[in-house]
Design a binder for this molecule. Structure first.
Ligand code: FMN
Length: 346
């Protein structure tokens, strides 16, 4: 099953009529599901948009561009842009306005450029222009002769029950059907996609399986790591319980045998030891590297010191519910023999 999301704004109902026609076109293709989203509800529908194989954007043309509520949604997608989460998804657009021309092309261009910023793959209307000969008529498909997307006209004294015209609705339906058919054969981007903005290892010398996180993702992961360091320094298991996933594992073999703890076993160990902060220890926290295996999967290498032990931690992180958490902590430590050894289990 492929998923096509149609997100639209409509101040007075006409563009909604056009959006419903697009949806009907998507639905007419077996094996493709259509989700129709009013832009006012975009905040509740990020997951639908993120997991869609294609997104079709629809807005009335207001003042020669997309409407203000639609622009607010476009701007709100900038965190997706930063992570290139919609890269290689299909995209298409439609617009409706009062004038036959009405500067609709500018709106479609704005939508297409937006999709390009996201790295999406734009699907045009794929129709020859209608109503271009003396034997033609305004009943023909694509009577407004657009190529970039579906155009519609709604005369201002007509309600959304009758405007846009039948021809414009059929043109909108055509767009939905075309995107759905292409989606059926499209290898979902977000499945095969390498995450991290540049789309590959970017010449960093690391394996192609790992990428550098974009700045937003890096900052999110570093926030989790900062809490991890704070939790260790203050022996604050309340903080550590936020940082670690409840199902996380803790493992080391540095002592020659495997020590493997659940969080229920690990936190009491931390609670039982005097915190490095209370012993006045200097902090030597450092993030050596952070790499992504995918949009919600990361590996961080960090170092820190507790008493005479210098730790190198391999932290696997996952992003669940817009929050990065450590799912496994595998570590090695070296003893600083120049210091008086202090018994301090990690
Ligand atoms: C603020 C505003 C600006 C508009 N600007 C244009 C325009 O630039 N070109 C045009 O042809 N129609 C323009 N219109 C008319 C609308 O595009 C038209 O009424 C459309 O059908 C409204 O769609 P809706 O009912 O989905 O909101 C404008 C309407 C509004 C309210």
């Amino acid at each position: 099953m492929k998923n096509v999301a149609i997100i639209y704004h409509s101040g007075y109902g006409h563009t909604r009529t056009q959006a419903e026609a697009v949806r009907d076109g998507v639905r007419s293709v077996p094996g493709v599901h259509a989700a129709l989203i009013a832009v006012e509800e975009h905040a509740d529908n990020w997951e639908v948009l993120d997991t869609a194989d294609a997104i079709i954007f629809g807005t009335p043309t207001y003042m020669a561009g997309v409407s203000a509520p639609f622009k607010a949604f476009l701007d709100a997608s900038s965190d997706r842009w930063a992570r290139q989460e919609w890269k290689d998804k299909l995209a298409a657009g439609f617009t409706n306005s009062a004038g036959a021309n009405g500067d609709k092309l500018a709106t479609l261009q704005q939508l297409a450029l937006f999709a390009m910023q996201h790295g999406m793959v734009w699907v045009g209307l794929g129709l020859l222009p209608g109503n271009t000969t003396s034997s033609g008529s305004a009943e023909e498909l694509n009577r407004l002769a657009g190529f970039l997307g579906a155009m519609a006209q709604s005369l201002t004294d007509l309600g959304p029950e009758v405007a846009p015209t039948t021809s414009d609705r059929r043109t909108a339906e055509h767009l939905g059907r075309r995107v759905a058919r292409i989606a059926l054969g499209w290898q979902g981007p977000h499945r095969a996609q390498r995450h991290g903005g540049r789309g590959d290892a970017g010449g960093t010398g690391m394996s192609a399986a790992l990428t550098d996180p974009d700045p937003v993702t890096r900052a999110e992961i570093e926030r989790t790591l900062a809490c991890y360091f704070d939790g260790l320094h203050h022996s604050d298991t309340g903080l550590l319980a936020q940082v670690f996933h409840p199902g996380a594992v803790y493992a080391t073999a540095t002592d020659g045998a495997l020590t493997r703890l659940t969080m229920d076993e690990y936190f009491p160990v931390v609670d039982a030891r005097p915190s490095p902060a209370s012993r006045g220890e200097q902090r030597h926290d450092s993030v050596v590297s952070v790499h992504l295996a995918g949009p919600v999967t990361a590996i961080a290498v960090v170092t820190c010191t507790i008493g005479p032990k210098h730790f190198t931690d391999l932290l696997s992180l996952i992003r669940v519910g817009h929050r990065w958490q450590i799912i496994s902590k595998v570590f090695h430590y070296d003893l600083d023999t120049t210091e008086e050894p202090t018994p301090c289990p990690t």
